[in-house]
Design a protein around this ligand. Structure first.
Ligand SMILES: *Cc1c(COP(=O)(O)O)cnc(C)c1O
Length: 436
């Protein structure tokens, strides 16, 4: 489905695919909590996450790969709220980081350094030093220059840095070009052709210990075949490395499993595990996975209120109180997300109210839309839920147009916890200075 298609999402059928959401007495609930209550108590726009759903998604990975030694490292960038990280840390999750800032967050949330893998193209000297200090499990190295840098920092600190090379297996993940990362013209990783040479170099550099190999081919993947192709390419390298007396302890296949936003049929986790397990068992190495989206996306919704209805001759616009600064996925990645009413009975008596709407924010950009061409019966002040908003949503939010960011809440055992306060306008200029 694209933004150009006109479509209707049946809210009841839609939530049937999301086990933690349900309509009770025509009101949308998350883990039995009425989402009207969340909006009334904390205002809108507000992010709402289900702790139970996050834990269930994590556990599915653990169970899927229970036949082999594995460590699931949640990709922090998908949703880095401290309470979310804490929830996963307590369940035994490790973490996949891309910055020193994310490392600090994970430590603050109680994450175990021994279960951390550090990815990312631009690790600074300070990031590397901090990671060595706390003793992370592995640096996923993305360039030759980074290899020298890690060796140098480790020497100065008299530490040994555990490293893995992120190889670029050159497989087509068949996803949106902006979230495809494993093709040879992507900026990520070390090419398959150069990998052996770079491993040999790593072996000669001081204070490095080669422990693994990793790849991450893209995000929102809906097929298992690209993962298998990547695994085959990585296994080929592992075999070649043995002939150079380089023996690895782990293989890290990254993240990337897709989720259902509207009508996608993502790979089910059991099928994913069953497709990979035979090869992994033969290999005999510890498995690391770095799922982000598939842990949190469908554990969250963004609640927003219809502010102004603006029907025009050509198009009908519903201006809502969230905008591209709160949720940039639709405009950045052309992502199509479901928008459903929180209250089903509001317009039930008047089906003729159905119109085709573009759901837009109030920001001064044509790209400021949340959804396009949706058939909905809308009135001002209606409460809407954008589903699939647990991943790459709040974590990508900004203050564009001096809009304070939304608050975040987490439902745990029928209780609503405020896990991030709504920003105030005054907080937006903290750190700015007027002249003289
Ligand atoms: C973003 C990212 C992930 C997580 O990807 P998802 O699609 O959210 O599962 C994992 N590993 C690396 C290196 C990443 O950059």
């Amino acid at each position: 489905m694209t933004h150009d298609d006109t479509f209707t999402i049946n809210p009841i059928q839609h939530v049937a695919h999301l086990p933690f959401l349900a309509y009770k007495n025509n009101r949308l609930t998350m883990d039995k909590v009425d989402l009207n209550t969340v909006a009334n108590e904390f205002g809108t726009p507000v992010y709402v996450y289900s702790k139970q759903a996050i834990l269930a998604n994590y556990q599915a990975y653990v169970d899927g790969f229970s036949d082999i030694e594995s460590q699931i490292c949640y990709a922090v960038k998908a949703n880095s709220n401290l309470a979310v990280l804490q929830t996963l840390a307590k369940a035994g999750a490790g973490f996949d980081l891309v910055t020193g800032g994310e490392l600090a967050r994970v430590l603050k949330a109680g994450g175990d350094p021994n279960k951390i893998v550090f990815s990312g193209l631009g690790k600074s000297h300070a990031d590397i030093a901090q990671a060595l200090q706390v003793g992370i499990a592995c640096f996923n190295v993305e360039s030759v220059s980074e290899l020298y840098r890690i060796s140098e920092v480790a020497q100065k600190m008299a530490k040994t840095a555990p490293i893995s090379l992120r190889v670029n297996p050159d497989v087509d993940a068949k996803t949106h070009p902006y979230i495809s990362t494993g093709l040879k013209d992507n900026k990520f990783g070390i090419s398959h052709a150069e990998a052996i040479q770079v491993y040999k170099l790593a072996k000669t550099l001081p204070n490095l210990e080669i422990v693994g190999i990793d790849c991450h081919i893209g995000s929102q993947l809906s097929e298992v075949n690209p993962f298998i192709d990547a695994l085959d390419k990585v296994i080929e390298l592992i075999c070649q490395l043995k002939t150079h007396d380089i023996y690895l302890k782990h293989i890290d296949l990254g993240g990337g499993l897709g989720v259902r936003y509207t009508d996608e049929t993502p790979v089910n986790l059991t099928d994913f595990a069953n497709a990979l397990l035979p090869k992994l068992k033969t290999l005999g190495l510890k498995l690391y996975l770095e799922p982000g989206r598939s842990i949190v996306a469908n554990a969250g919704v963004l609640l927003t209120k219809v502010d102004i209805l603006k029907p025009t001759e050509h198009k009908n616009f519903a201006v809502v109180d969230c905008a591209m600064n709160d949720l940039i996925r639709p405009t950045l990645y052309e992502a199509v997300m479901a928008v459903i009413p929180v209250n089903l009975d509001t317009h039930a008596d008047n089906k003729a109210d159905n119109k085709i709407w573009d759901i837009v924010g109030a920001i001064c950009e044509t790209g400021d839309f949340l959804a396009k061409n949706r058939t909905l019966a809308l009135a001002e002040n209606d409460l809407l839920a954008i589903t699939g908003a647990g991943a790459y949503s709040f974590s990508m939010s900004s203050n564009y147009n001096s809009r304070p960011r939304a608050c975040e809440t987490l439902i745990d055992n029928n209780k609503i916890h405020l896990i991030r306060e709504r920003e105030t306008v005054a907080s937006l200029w903290e750190g700015e200075h007027l002249l003289g």
